[in-house]
Design a protein around this ligand. Structure first.
Ligand code: DMJ
Length: 605
């Protein structure tokens, strides 16, 4: 095989790192709070604004926001003023006190009305500057440009049909030409619209972006009596809204993201703070999937909130979101891990692992992804996330990664110490993850991590190439005399998943080896041939069959991930560059919170 060319993610590197995420966050919060004009206290000097969902960190933030180094003096002055006011009140007549209370109440009401009209209840004002790389240049090579245009046309076909047959509903049924609702979102509506916003933006589909934004403004409603999947709603809705905000600067997306984030908070009301999988967003009552080992929460679900919740704190000035996800880390770090591996199940009441099943695919996958990306998103200051990621990869290499007799590297699943030689389509994202993390790999193992990414990409490409339709199955095996082939009927389907293309995109960006564009283009041709129908794009029931049996669902992640990663694969590297953006697990780009400007502003153009 050809030698792998390694491209560095960042120039230089190394140097002293800030020790803790909270330090970074403190910069974030101080900034947000400082941008908010403090409401003048009745007849006194300026006071720090109150922070919803307070607690000790919030108090410190408020104090520091009020004056940095002089914050202690300010607190003292506030206390003295409060004492003075109390004394004055004691000297007043009852009628005067009643009048003061009436006036205070009226003022509060007026302020609340004013905030409602301004449309940003409780959110600090924020100066928006578009981060670097929200738009990129046209590809210079005409062939690449043509291919990219084709991918944009695919997006238009998917979007137009959704709009025509399922507008405002969650997903499209492209064969029966009607809406599809998934119970993952309860009766929150519009998953495809929110998931597609950022793809529309980066593809410069301006009219479509505008109509999507108007729908969000008028119709996206979280005040519903609905039991939702906390994970799915977070990665698709919170992630989609955050990206739409960071790309476009439209306040409505920030407001909706924070509003939804607040709705998700009761999920953390468990004895350990490990959140429930399911939450009724009206009643705030949570529970876990009935099938999950002894009432456990799922690693890939509670471990895939971190990036979005850190950004929710950044945008709202409210530290509670970041505190919730930092606590998940704390719980995990207190636990013994079998062979250094993280089981997929953790009981939120006892804080103990459930069944010892370990997977880098379904139930585990994006937990590992978010450890790495938490480190990258904090401009490589989140040392804890970094350590957890590289330690986990070490254990995965030792216990789960194997090579077939035909020379294909694969990642098996681990069940109480025994290996199941099966790899899921979902697991294929790991090729991109290993390559993305190569730059920071300890002990000069950068080349090794890139090579590992390249090997996983090759195996996953084989899983596509060994089918009749050139689209990969849901899971493939390395036992019973087969390699990279699905042997069970219920593992032969393809539901428009992105993970293999995601890995091609990372490998292309990091090596510029042309085979990744070639493999991506093979996937485009297969999608067009087998999944494209009059009414949009559909999944396939059996990719080994010569005749399509369509599953009649156009998944929202086809628009948010599959088409976005294809588009980026055929774009120049200046569109959403890795130095400035990380992608959440649903391919929604979130800006890196750069330390060199004190985390005080998003990176600027
Ligand atoms: C997406 O919703 C996300 O990528 C998630 O992490 C895993 N599954 C789907 C796509 O396959």
């Amino acid at each position: 095989s050809s030698p792998v060319r390694v491209r560095s993610l960042r120039g230089g590197g190394g140097g002293a790192r800030c020790p803790a995420l909270l330090e970074l966050l403190s910069g974030v919060f101080f900034h947000s709070a400082a941008l908010q004009p403090p409401p003048p206290p009745p007849g006194g000097q300026p006071r720090a604004p109150p922070q919803p969902g307070g607690g000790p960190v919030a108090a410190a933030v408020v104090a520091a926001a009020a004056g940095g180094a002089g914050s202690l003096e300010r607190i003292r002055a506030d206390h003295e003023r409060a004492l003075r006011e109390a004394k004055e009140t004691l000297q007043k007549l009852p009628e005067e006190i009643r009048r003061d209370i009436r006036q205070d109440k009226e003022k509060l009401l007026q302020d609340a009305r004013g905030r409602k009209e301004a449309g940003a209840p409780g959110l600090p004002q924020r100066l928006f500057r578009q981060p670097v790389g929200a738009v990129g240049q046209e590809p210079s090579d005409p062939d690449v440009r043509q291919k990219r245009d084709k991918i944009k046309e695919m997006m238009k076909h998917a979007w137009d049909n959704y709009k025509r047959y399922a507008w405002g509903l969650n997903e499209l049924k492209p064969i029966s030409k009607q809406g599809h609702s998934s119970n993952l979102f309860g009766n929150i509506q519009g998953a495809t619209i929110v998931d597609a916003l950022d793809t529309l933006y980066i593809m410069e589909m301006k009219e479509e972006f505008k109509e999507a934004k108007e729908w969000v403004e008028k119709n996206l409603d979280f005040n519903v009596n609905a039991e939702i999947s906390v994970f799915e709603v977070n990665i698709r809705f919170v992630g989609g809204l955050l990206s739409a905000y960071y790309l476009s600067g439209e306040e409505v997306f920030r407001k909706k993201a924070v509003e939804l984030g607040e709705k998700l908070l009761p999920a953390f009301n468990t004895p350990t703070g490990i959140p429930w999988a399911l939450l009724n967003i009206k009643s705030g009552i949570g529970r876990n999937w009935p099938w999950a080992s002894g009432g456990s929460s799922i690693l890939a679900e509670f471990g895939t909130l971190h990036l979005e919740f850190v950004h929710l704190s950044h945008l709202s000035g409210n530290p509670v979101f970041a505190e919730k996800v930092m606590n998940i880390r704390k719980v995990l770090n207190r636990l013994d891990k079998p062979e250094g591996l993280y089981p997929n199940y953790l009981n939120p009441s006892s804080g103990q692992w459930g069944q010892h099943h370990v997977s880098i695919g379904g139930l585990g996958d994006s937990f590992y992804e978010y450890l790495l990306k938490a480190w990258l998103m904090t401009d490589k200051t989140d040392e804890e996330g970094k350590k957890m990621y590289y330690d986990a990869v070490q254990a995965i290499e030792t216990h789960l990664i194997r090579k077939s007799s035909g020379g294909l590297t694969y990642i098996a699943e681990w069940k109480g110490g025994l290996l199941e030689h099966k790899m899921g389509h979902l697991t294929c994202f790991a090729g991109g993850m290993f390559a993305l993390g190569a730059d920071g790999a300890p002990n000069d193992r950068t080349g090794h991590h890139i090579e590992l990414g390249a090997e996983i990409a090759r195996t996953c490409h084989e899983s596509y190439d060994r089918t009749s339709m050139k689209l990969g199955p849901e899971a493939f095996r390395f036992d019973g005399g087969v390699e990279a082939i699905a042997t069970r009927q219920n593992e032969k389907y393809y539901i428009l998943r992105p993970e293999v293309i995601e890995t091609y995109m990372y490998m292309w960006r990091l090596t510029h080896d042309p085979k990744y564009r070639q493999w991506g283009w093979e996937a485009v041709e297969a999608l067009e041939k087998h999944c494209r129908v009059d009414g949009g794009y559909s999944g396939i029931r059996d990719v080994y069959n010569n005749h399509e049996s369509h599953d009649d669902v156009q998944q929202s992640f086809f628009l948010s991930e599959t088409l976005k990663y294809l588009y980026l694969l055929f774009s120049e590297d200046d569109l959403l560059p890795f130095e400035h953006w990380v992608f959440n697990t649903e391919a929604h780009p979130l800006p890196v919170l750069h330390k060199d400007n004190g985390n005080k502003e998003d990176d600027q153009k």
